[in-house]
Design a protein around this ligand. Structure first.
Ligand code: ZN
Length: 342
């Protein structure tokens, strides 16, 4: 049962800017879809499966990404993709998330009959259904993987641009940073940017601040996924702060991938105190075994964030959203009105 203070965190209106579709299935849905599709799983009931899918002590980011093979095995048909997107938005709506940006790589869901465009259609249909049922506003960030070829990332960027007016808000690069610099995917990033999309890039998660610098200078990112290693370069930190670049901070995921040694030593506290724009995010609800409310509770309990600071972080999530300007304005106004009245 939630404590009174956790209930207050649950009810705080929130924006989720960094959550992967393929890392955030409900365990019960993964079981059901896998059984219907003949996919073997490491457990037979939802509780045991949830436990098995959480990566608690990964040697590194690569090991953390291993269980995605299982979730991607059930993300190959429109029925499953629509359902998973709907449920993800529904779970967020229950946590009082009012703006949700879901990211994934459609190119990883084309082992069955679907084209990448049909994959995106199915995810958008699920989000649209959730909007109708729960009133939660949302958009998709199309992700390309650093470890794949530049032609793959260009294909994802072109797809993202084609869907700019149909629910895609941004383009992202994810996956192993070592040996896979932004430089290798410049054409894709430029395609997305020239096509009017916002750019966020996973950087400084499993690599040093030079990766963040590259995302900023070469990639033109206005948000950084993680950015955990930023503090190693004080000049870059000052630059990120002055440019108003937002860090999408995922505390639990960072501890699990060893990007941070513990919650208590996570640099979020320092970044916030130094005036960096930060938003709390889950990364992967299934593989990290967290909700967005949990992440706010970790910031409070391990890093001493006060209620006023948590409200400020939540507001930054709305201000930093890649939402259309009129939607964003309405979300921020509603947030201010509700928090003031609470
Ligand atoms: Zn991520």
């Amino acid at each position: 049962m939630l404590s009174a203070t956790d209930t207050r965190l649950l009810r705080l209106p929130k924006a989720e800017l960094h959550v992967h579709l393929d890392g955030s299935l409900r365990p019960s849905t993964l079981l059901e879809l896998a059984s219907e599709r003949g996919v073997a799983l490491p457990a037979r009931d939802a509780a045991a499966l949830a436990d098995r899918m959480v990566v608690r002590d990964a040697a590194d980011l690569e090991e953390y990404l291993e269980p995605f093979r299982l979730t991607l095995a059930v993300l190959q048909d429109a029925t499953a993709i629509e359902r998973i997107a709907f449920e993800l938005a529904e779970d967020h709506a229950r946590e009082h998330v009012r703006w949700l940006e879901v990211r994934f790589c459609p190119g990883l869901c084309t082992s069955g009959e679907l084209t990448a465009a049909e994959v995106l259609d199915a995810a958008l249909a699920g989000l649209s259904r959730a909007r109708g049922v729960h009133g939660i506003e949302s958009a998709v960030i199309v992700t390309a993987l650093r470890s794949r070829s530049s032609s793959d990332s260009i294909e994802m960027a072109e797809l993202a641009v084609a869907y700019r007016a149909r629910g895609v808000c941004a383009f992202d690069l994810a996956g192993a940073e070592a040996g896979h610099p932004v430089h290798d995917h410049l054409a894709a990033v430029r395609t997305a940017r020239d096509g009017g999309l916002a750019i966020t890039i996973h950087a400084g998660e499993a690599y040093g601040p030079e990766s963040i610098r590259e995302a900023l200078e070469l990639g033109g990112a206005t948000r950084i996924g993680h950015g955990t290693s930023l503090g190693e370069d004080p000049a870059l930190l000052a630059r990120i702060r002055d440019a108003g670049v937002l860090l999408e901070v995922c505390l639990t995921s960072n501890v699990q991938t060893r990007a941070a040694s513990s919650y208590a030593t996570h640099p979020l506290r320092r970044y916030y105190d130094e005036g960096i724009r930060v938003s709390l995010c889950t990364d992967n609800r299934l593989m990290s075994g967290v909700t967005l409310t949990d992440e706010y509770a970790h910031a409070r309990d391990a890093l001493g964030f006060t209620w006023a600071e948590l409200v400020d972080v939540a507001r930054t999530g709305f201000v930093g959203a890649f939402a259309p300007s009129e939607v964003k304005r309405a979300l921020v106004q509603r947030f201010d009105a509700d928090v003031e009245g609470s």
